[in-house]
Write a protein that binds this ligand. Structure first.
Ligand SMILES: *Cc1c(COP(=O)(O)O)cnc(C)c1O
Length: 388
Protein backbone atom coordinates (compact mmCIF):
# COMPACT_ATOMS: atom_id res chain seq x y z
CA UNK A 1 0.00 0.00 0.00
CA UNK A 2 2.95 2.29 0.49
CA UNK A 3 6.52 2.56 -0.75
CA UNK A 4 7.53 4.75 2.17
CA UNK A 5 9.49 3.20 5.01
CA UNK A 6 7.56 2.19 8.10
CA UNK A 7 6.97 5.13 10.43
CA UNK A 8 7.43 3.74 13.94
CA UNK A 9 5.16 4.71 16.81
CA UNK A 10 8.10 6.09 18.82
CA UNK A 11 11.82 6.70 18.41
CA UNK A 12 14.36 8.23 20.78
CA UNK A 13 16.41 11.24 19.67
CA UNK A 14 20.02 10.48 20.57
CA UNK A 15 22.56 13.04 19.34
CA UNK A 16 26.34 13.10 18.94
CA UNK A 17 26.71 14.76 22.37
CA UNK A 18 24.98 11.83 24.03
CA UNK A 19 27.11 9.35 22.10
CA UNK A 20 30.34 11.21 22.96
CA UNK A 21 29.30 11.33 26.63
CA UNK A 22 28.71 7.58 26.73
CA UNK A 23 32.07 6.96 25.06
CA UNK A 24 33.69 9.26 27.63
CA UNK A 25 32.06 7.25 30.42
CA UNK A 26 33.25 3.98 28.94
CA UNK A 27 36.80 5.30 28.63
CA UNK A 28 36.73 6.74 32.16
CA UNK A 29 36.52 3.30 33.71
CA UNK A 30 33.58 4.40 35.89
CA UNK A 31 30.63 2.67 34.28
CA UNK A 32 28.28 2.18 37.21
CA UNK A 33 26.88 4.85 39.57
CA UNK A 34 29.46 7.59 40.05
CA UNK A 35 30.14 11.24 39.30
CA UNK A 36 27.79 11.50 36.32
CA UNK A 37 24.82 10.08 38.21
CA UNK A 38 25.51 12.70 40.90
CA UNK A 39 25.74 15.44 38.23
CA UNK A 40 22.52 14.25 36.64
CA UNK A 41 20.74 14.57 39.99
CA UNK A 42 22.11 18.09 40.45
CA UNK A 43 21.15 19.06 36.90
CA UNK A 44 17.66 17.70 37.48
CA UNK A 45 17.16 19.87 40.57
CA UNK A 46 18.40 22.84 38.53
CA UNK A 47 15.99 21.99 35.73
CA UNK A 48 13.18 21.92 38.27
CA UNK A 49 14.33 25.38 39.35
CA UNK A 50 13.73 24.67 43.02
CA UNK A 51 16.76 24.23 45.29
CA UNK A 52 14.59 22.86 48.10
CA UNK A 53 14.16 19.64 46.08
CA UNK A 54 16.31 16.54 46.29
CA UNK A 55 16.68 14.24 43.29
CA UNK A 56 17.43 10.52 43.56
CA UNK A 57 18.48 8.86 40.29
CA UNK A 58 17.19 5.33 39.79
CA UNK A 59 17.25 2.70 37.05
CA UNK A 60 13.53 3.01 36.24
CA UNK A 61 10.42 4.93 37.23
CA UNK A 62 9.06 1.65 38.53
CA UNK A 63 12.01 1.52 40.94
CA UNK A 64 11.41 5.15 41.93
CA UNK A 65 7.72 4.54 42.63
CA UNK A 66 8.61 1.45 44.68
CA UNK A 67 11.21 3.41 46.68
CA UNK A 68 8.81 6.30 47.28
CA UNK A 69 6.04 4.02 48.57
CA UNK A 70 8.53 2.13 50.75
CA UNK A 71 9.89 5.38 52.14
CA UNK A 72 6.46 6.69 53.17
CA UNK A 73 5.84 3.39 54.94
CA UNK A 74 3.39 1.60 52.64
CA UNK A 75 3.16 -2.03 53.69
CA UNK A 76 0.98 -5.03 54.26
CA UNK A 77 -2.59 -4.13 55.25
CA UNK A 78 -2.42 -0.73 53.58
CA UNK A 79 -4.39 0.40 50.54
CA UNK A 80 -3.02 2.48 47.68
CA UNK A 81 -5.43 4.22 45.30
CA UNK A 82 -4.58 4.76 41.65
CA UNK A 83 -6.18 5.02 38.22
CA UNK A 84 -7.17 1.96 36.22
CA UNK A 85 -6.11 3.85 33.10
CA UNK A 86 -2.36 3.46 33.44
CA UNK A 87 0.56 1.14 32.90
CA UNK A 88 0.76 -1.72 35.37
CA UNK A 89 3.99 -0.31 36.89
CA UNK A 90 1.98 2.41 38.66
CA UNK A 91 0.01 -0.20 40.58
CA UNK A 92 2.37 -3.17 40.87
CA UNK A 93 4.75 -1.33 43.21
CA UNK A 94 2.08 -1.32 45.93
CA UNK A 95 1.84 -5.09 45.59
CA UNK A 96 5.64 -5.43 45.94
CA UNK A 97 5.15 -4.03 49.44
CA UNK A 98 2.19 -6.25 50.28
CA UNK A 99 -0.31 -3.38 50.10
CA UNK A 100 -3.58 -3.66 48.20
CA UNK A 101 -4.50 -1.58 45.18
CA UNK A 102 -7.80 0.23 44.80
CA UNK A 103 -8.31 1.15 41.16
CA UNK A 104 -10.63 4.04 40.31
CA UNK A 105 -12.06 5.46 37.11
CA UNK A 106 -10.90 8.46 35.10
CA UNK A 107 -12.46 11.81 34.33
CA UNK A 108 -13.34 11.49 30.63
CA UNK A 109 -12.64 15.19 30.09
CA UNK A 110 -8.95 14.88 31.02
CA UNK A 111 -8.32 11.10 31.05
CA UNK A 112 -6.72 11.69 34.45
CA UNK A 113 -7.78 10.03 37.69
CA UNK A 114 -11.22 11.20 38.85
CA UNK A 115 -10.58 12.89 42.20
CA UNK A 116 -14.22 12.42 43.18
CA UNK A 117 -13.74 8.66 42.73
CA UNK A 118 -10.59 8.82 44.85
CA UNK A 119 -12.62 10.36 47.65
CA UNK A 120 -15.19 7.59 47.39
CA UNK A 121 -12.46 4.93 47.52
CA UNK A 122 -10.76 6.21 50.69
CA UNK A 123 -10.99 3.91 53.71
CA UNK A 124 -9.22 3.95 57.09
CA UNK A 125 -6.59 1.70 55.44
CA UNK A 126 -5.76 4.15 52.65
CA UNK A 127 -2.08 5.00 52.95
CA UNK A 128 -1.27 6.65 49.62
CA UNK A 129 -2.66 7.87 46.31
CA UNK A 130 -0.68 7.53 43.07
CA UNK A 131 -2.04 9.93 40.45
CA UNK A 132 -0.68 9.82 36.87
CA UNK A 133 -0.30 12.90 34.68
CA UNK A 134 -1.72 10.99 31.74
CA UNK A 135 -0.13 11.67 28.33
CA UNK A 136 1.70 14.65 29.85
CA UNK A 137 -1.37 16.66 30.90
CA UNK A 138 -1.24 17.64 34.57
CA UNK A 139 -3.91 16.16 36.81
CA UNK A 140 -5.62 18.42 39.36
CA UNK A 141 -3.13 17.90 42.17
CA UNK A 142 -4.34 20.77 44.41
CA UNK A 143 -7.82 19.23 44.47
CA UNK A 144 -6.35 15.83 45.34
CA UNK A 145 -4.15 17.29 48.10
CA UNK A 146 -7.14 19.08 49.62
CA UNK A 147 -8.61 15.62 50.06
CA UNK A 148 -5.54 13.69 51.21
CA UNK A 149 -3.75 16.22 53.44
CA UNK A 150 -6.34 16.44 56.24
CA UNK A 151 -6.47 12.63 56.32
CA UNK A 152 -2.70 12.13 56.45
CA UNK A 153 -2.71 10.22 53.16
CA UNK A 154 0.52 10.38 51.14
CA UNK A 155 0.57 11.38 47.48
CA UNK A 156 3.24 10.09 45.09
CA UNK A 157 2.94 11.49 41.55
CA UNK A 158 3.61 9.14 38.64
CA UNK A 159 5.13 11.72 36.30
CA UNK A 160 6.41 9.16 33.78
CA UNK A 161 4.71 11.20 31.01
CA UNK A 162 5.19 14.64 32.45
CA UNK A 163 8.61 16.13 31.67
CA UNK A 164 8.14 18.99 31.24
CA UNK A 165 4.56 19.62 32.32
CA UNK A 166 3.32 22.62 34.30
CA UNK A 167 0.29 23.30 36.44
CA UNK A 168 -0.45 26.90 37.37
CA UNK A 169 2.94 27.77 35.91
CA UNK A 170 4.79 25.34 38.20
CA UNK A 171 6.66 22.32 36.87
CA UNK A 172 5.36 18.90 37.82
CA UNK A 173 8.04 17.79 40.27
CA UNK A 174 7.87 21.07 42.17
CA UNK A 175 4.22 20.74 43.25
CA UNK A 176 3.23 19.86 46.79
CA UNK A 177 2.98 16.06 46.82
CA UNK A 178 5.27 13.86 48.92
CA UNK A 179 7.34 12.75 45.92
CA UNK A 180 7.28 12.77 42.13
CA UNK A 181 8.76 10.10 39.89
CA UNK A 182 9.87 10.57 36.26
CA UNK A 183 10.71 7.89 33.67
CA UNK A 184 13.52 7.92 31.15
CA UNK A 185 12.41 4.73 29.42
CA UNK A 186 13.18 4.52 25.69
CA UNK A 187 9.89 6.03 24.48
CA UNK A 188 9.50 8.76 27.12
CA UNK A 189 10.03 12.50 26.49
CA UNK A 190 13.70 12.20 27.45
CA UNK A 191 15.52 8.88 27.67
CA UNK A 192 18.49 7.18 29.26
CA UNK A 193 17.51 3.82 27.73
CA UNK A 194 16.26 2.74 31.12
CA UNK A 195 16.16 5.17 34.03
CA UNK A 196 14.13 7.34 36.31
CA UNK A 197 14.28 10.14 38.86
CA UNK A 198 12.56 10.55 42.19
CA UNK A 199 12.24 14.13 43.44
CA UNK A 200 11.03 15.25 46.83
CA UNK A 201 11.33 18.04 49.36
CA UNK A 202 11.13 15.52 52.20
CA UNK A 203 14.72 15.01 53.38
CA UNK A 204 13.90 11.82 55.28
CA UNK A 205 12.12 10.35 52.25
CA UNK A 206 15.09 11.19 50.01
CA UNK A 207 17.53 9.69 52.50
CA UNK A 208 15.52 6.48 52.82
CA UNK A 209 15.24 6.20 49.02
CA UNK A 210 19.02 6.68 48.66
CA UNK A 211 19.72 3.94 51.18
CA UNK A 212 17.16 1.51 49.74
CA UNK A 213 18.26 2.28 46.17
CA UNK A 214 21.51 0.42 46.84
CA UNK A 215 21.11 -2.62 49.08
CA UNK A 216 20.29 -0.68 52.25
CA UNK A 217 23.86 0.56 52.51
CA UNK A 218 24.25 3.51 54.83
CA UNK A 219 27.48 5.37 55.31
CA UNK A 220 25.83 8.52 56.71
CA UNK A 221 24.82 6.78 59.92
CA UNK A 222 28.48 6.06 60.54
CA UNK A 223 29.55 9.60 59.50
CA UNK A 224 27.71 11.10 62.42
CA UNK A 225 30.03 9.50 64.95
CA UNK A 226 33.34 9.58 63.16
CA UNK A 227 35.20 12.35 61.44
CA UNK A 228 36.64 10.04 58.82
CA UNK A 229 34.93 6.94 57.40
CA UNK A 230 37.41 4.39 56.08
CA UNK A 231 36.71 3.95 52.36
CA UNK A 232 36.02 0.22 52.76
CA UNK A 233 33.51 0.59 55.60
CA UNK A 234 29.71 0.52 55.30
CA UNK A 235 26.72 -0.64 57.25
CA UNK A 236 23.59 -2.45 56.03
CA UNK A 237 20.54 -0.99 57.73
CA UNK A 238 17.79 -2.70 55.70
CA UNK A 239 17.31 -5.33 52.98
CA UNK A 240 17.51 -2.80 50.16
CA UNK A 241 17.14 -3.04 46.40
CA UNK A 242 19.43 -2.72 43.36
CA UNK A 243 17.93 0.36 41.76
CA UNK A 244 20.94 2.61 41.11
CA UNK A 245 21.36 4.44 37.76
CA UNK A 246 24.62 3.79 35.91
CA UNK A 247 26.93 6.60 34.79
CA UNK A 248 26.47 5.34 31.23
CA UNK A 249 22.76 6.14 31.50
CA UNK A 250 23.30 9.33 33.51
CA UNK A 251 25.62 10.66 30.79
CA UNK A 252 22.79 10.25 28.30
CA UNK A 253 20.43 11.90 30.75
CA UNK A 254 22.59 15.00 31.20
CA UNK A 255 22.32 15.82 27.49
CA UNK A 256 18.71 14.73 27.11
CA UNK A 257 17.73 16.98 30.01
CA UNK A 258 19.49 19.89 28.33
CA UNK A 259 17.22 19.37 25.32
CA UNK A 260 13.98 18.73 27.23
CA UNK A 261 12.48 22.18 26.64
CA UNK A 262 13.29 22.10 22.92
CA UNK A 263 11.89 18.56 22.70
CA UNK A 264 8.67 19.79 24.31
CA UNK A 265 8.34 22.62 21.78
CA UNK A 266 8.78 20.15 18.92
CA UNK A 267 6.12 17.85 20.39
CA UNK A 268 3.79 20.80 20.92
CA UNK A 269 4.19 21.77 17.29
CA UNK A 270 3.37 18.27 16.07
CA UNK A 271 0.34 18.15 18.37
CA UNK A 272 -0.77 21.47 16.91
CA UNK A 273 -0.46 20.12 13.35
CA UNK A 274 -2.58 17.12 14.30
CA UNK A 275 -5.15 19.24 16.14
CA UNK A 276 -5.65 21.50 13.13
CA UNK A 277 -5.82 18.64 10.63
CA UNK A 278 -8.30 16.62 12.69
CA UNK A 279 -10.72 19.42 13.58
CA UNK A 280 -13.41 18.21 11.18
CA UNK A 281 -13.04 14.46 11.82
CA UNK A 282 -15.35 12.24 13.88
CA UNK A 283 -12.85 12.00 16.71
CA UNK A 284 -12.06 13.69 19.99
CA UNK A 285 -8.67 15.34 20.04
CA UNK A 286 -6.59 15.20 23.22
CA UNK A 287 -7.60 17.45 26.11
CA UNK A 288 -5.41 20.50 26.65
CA UNK A 289 -4.41 22.28 29.87
CA UNK A 290 -7.22 24.29 31.47
CA UNK A 291 -4.86 27.28 31.47
CA UNK A 292 -3.47 27.71 27.96
CA UNK A 293 -0.24 29.09 29.45
CA UNK A 294 0.54 25.72 31.04
CA UNK A 295 2.86 23.20 29.37
CA UNK A 296 1.66 19.81 28.15
CA UNK A 297 4.60 17.39 27.80
CA UNK A 298 2.86 15.61 24.88
CA UNK A 299 4.33 12.22 25.70
CA UNK A 300 1.25 10.82 23.93
CA UNK A 301 -1.17 12.13 21.33
CA UNK A 302 -4.36 10.16 21.95
CA UNK A 303 -7.46 10.45 19.75
CA UNK A 304 -10.83 8.89 20.51
CA UNK A 305 -13.25 7.89 17.78
CA UNK A 306 -16.76 9.24 18.21
CA UNK A 307 -19.89 7.25 17.44
CA UNK A 308 -20.08 9.05 14.07
CA UNK A 309 -16.78 7.46 12.94
CA UNK A 310 -17.30 5.07 9.99
CA UNK A 311 -14.89 2.47 11.42
CA UNK A 312 -14.06 1.06 14.83
CA UNK A 313 -10.78 1.51 16.70
CA UNK A 314 -9.26 -1.85 15.77
CA UNK A 315 -9.96 -1.24 12.08
CA UNK A 316 -8.38 2.21 12.28
CA UNK A 317 -5.21 0.70 13.76
CA UNK A 318 -5.16 -1.96 11.03
CA UNK A 319 -5.49 0.65 8.31
CA UNK A 320 -2.75 2.79 9.81
CA UNK A 321 -0.43 -0.22 9.94
CA UNK A 322 -1.33 -1.04 6.34
CA UNK A 323 -0.29 2.52 5.46
CA UNK A 324 3.06 1.88 7.17
CA UNK A 325 2.29 3.81 10.34
CA UNK A 326 2.84 2.48 13.83
CA UNK A 327 0.37 3.32 16.55
CA UNK A 328 -0.59 2.01 19.95
CA UNK A 329 -3.21 2.02 22.71
CA UNK A 330 -2.54 3.60 26.10
CA UNK A 331 -3.67 1.72 27.94
CA UNK A 332 -5.45 -1.56 28.11
CA UNK A 333 -6.91 -0.55 31.50
CA UNK A 334 -5.69 -2.50 34.48
CA UNK A 335 -9.19 -3.77 35.27
CA UNK A 336 -9.08 -5.85 32.05
CA UNK A 337 -5.77 -7.59 32.79
CA UNK A 338 -6.11 -11.07 34.31
CA UNK A 339 -3.95 -10.39 37.35
CA UNK A 340 -5.78 -7.24 38.48
CA UNK A 341 -9.21 -8.42 37.36
CA UNK A 342 -8.98 -11.71 39.21
CA UNK A 343 -7.25 -10.46 42.34
CA UNK A 344 -9.85 -7.75 42.94
CA UNK A 345 -12.86 -9.24 41.11
CA UNK A 346 -13.05 -6.27 38.75
CA UNK A 347 -15.43 -5.73 35.84
CA UNK A 348 -15.68 -3.05 33.13
CA UNK A 349 -18.96 -1.80 34.59
CA UNK A 350 -17.02 -0.46 37.60
CA UNK A 351 -14.92 1.76 35.29
CA UNK A 352 -17.34 3.02 32.64
CA UNK A 353 -15.26 6.01 31.51
CA UNK A 354 -11.96 4.17 31.22
CA UNK A 355 -13.70 1.30 29.43
CA UNK A 356 -15.50 3.62 26.99
CA UNK A 357 -12.31 5.52 26.22
CA UNK A 358 -10.24 2.34 25.89
CA UNK A 359 -12.58 0.92 23.25
CA UNK A 360 -12.24 4.06 21.12
CA UNK A 361 -8.69 5.31 21.64
CA UNK A 362 -5.56 5.27 19.48
CA UNK A 363 -2.17 6.81 20.26
CA UNK A 364 -0.64 8.30 17.11
CA UNK A 365 3.11 8.69 16.50
CA UNK A 366 4.44 11.85 18.17
CA UNK A 367 8.17 12.25 18.71
CA UNK A 368 10.87 14.78 18.05
CA UNK A 369 12.47 12.98 15.13
CA UNK A 370 9.25 13.21 13.13
CA UNK A 371 9.30 15.70 10.28
CA UNK A 372 6.31 17.74 9.18
CA UNK A 373 6.12 15.33 6.23
CA UNK A 374 5.90 12.40 8.64
CA UNK A 375 3.08 14.14 10.50
CA UNK A 376 1.34 14.81 7.18
CA UNK A 377 1.60 11.11 6.33
CA UNK A 378 -0.14 10.25 9.59
CA UNK A 379 -2.76 12.94 8.97
CA UNK A 380 -3.47 11.70 5.44
CA UNK A 381 -3.74 8.09 6.62
CA UNK A 382 -6.11 8.98 9.47
CA UNK A 383 -8.27 11.12 7.18
CA UNK A 384 -8.39 8.37 4.54
CA UNK A 385 -9.30 5.74 7.12
CA UNK A 386 -12.14 7.97 8.32
CA UNK A 387 -13.41 8.45 4.76
CA UNK A 388 -12.13 12.00 4.15
C1 LIG B 1 6.61 4.15 31.47
C2 LIG B 1 5.71 4.25 32.64
C3 LIG B 1 6.08 3.78 33.91
C4 LIG B 1 7.29 2.97 34.14
O1 LIG B 1 8.47 3.60 33.76
P1 LIG B 1 9.80 2.74 33.73
O2 LIG B 1 10.88 3.78 33.73
O3 LIG B 1 9.77 1.92 32.48
O4 LIG B 1 9.83 1.89 34.95
C5 LIG B 1 5.24 4.02 34.98
N1 LIG B 1 4.08 4.65 34.81
C6 LIG B 1 3.67 5.10 33.62
C7 LIG B 1 2.37 5.82 33.52
C8 LIG B 1 4.46 4.89 32.49
O5 LIG B 1 4.04 5.31 31.28
Amino acid sequence: MTDLPFLPFALPEIGEEEIAEVVDTLRSGWVTTGPKARRFEEAFVQFMGDASLQAVAVNSATAGLHLALEAVGVGSGDEVITTTHTFTATAEVARYLGADVKLVDIDPATLNIDVGQVEAAITPRTKAVLPVHYAGLAMDLPRLLALTRPRGIKVIEDAAHALPTTLGGRLVGTLDSDATVFSFYANKTITTGEGGMLVTRDAALAQRARVMRLHGINRDAFDRFTAKVPSWYYEIVAPGFKYNLTDIAAGLGLHQLGRAQAFQRKRERLAQLYDEAFADLPLLRPPRPADAADLHAWHLYVVRLTDEAPIARDALIEQLFAAGIGCSVHYIPLHLHPYWRERYGLSPAQFPHSQHVYERMVSLPLYTRMTDADAQRVIDAVRRALGR
